[in-house]
Design a protein around this ligand. Sequence first.
Ligand code: AMP
Length: 189
Amino acid sequence: MNIILLGPPGAGKGTQAKILQTERGMVQLSTGDMLRAAVASGSDVGMKAKAVMEAGQLVSDEIVIGVVSERLDQPDVKTGAIFDGFPRTIAQAAALDTLLDEKGMALDAVVEMQVDDAVLIQRILQRAAETGGARADDNEETLTKRLGVYHEQTAPLIDYYRERGKLKSIDGMAAIDEVTRQLKAALDG
Ligand code: AMP
């Protein structure tokens, strides 16, 4: 089964992806993690992405699609992919449709995790405090930008997938285990 977790930064996509990875043997594909690894390694992609990520903007569709395409060629994704933080634009969603087609894979469901902006800001500032500022983009100014980018460029994907009959929505504001319960029910229902 291949799924997308859709939702704003701080919605808990990564947390839920890791739970599914452990419990169902699926593989978390976080483009944010892949890009941070590229930045840390100093690769070409990393050098292009660094400043854009620090500013809370989106890395170009071309770069991100290239990174995902390469990742999908690795054999471990055959047990099921959890796209976390991708796609983030309509162009990425269209490219993902084509990539999955080319690789003989199907998209089973898109689960939208609904969380109010005020709750997100609290959560991300808490993550920043707990991790001692490990992520350069976990600060209030960048977060406000990231939320703006989400509403403008990523939220249109909700309709994109609803129109294609793939969308399920769950309450991302509940406690972690309740969100997991709703997520599994959405996938199994
Ligand atoms: P995330 O860890 O998903 O919050 O991503 C952190 C940052 O990486 C984002 O704010 C973007 O700058 C960049 N990024 C991650 N995924 C994508 C994507 N699918 N498209 C464009 N930029 C992305």
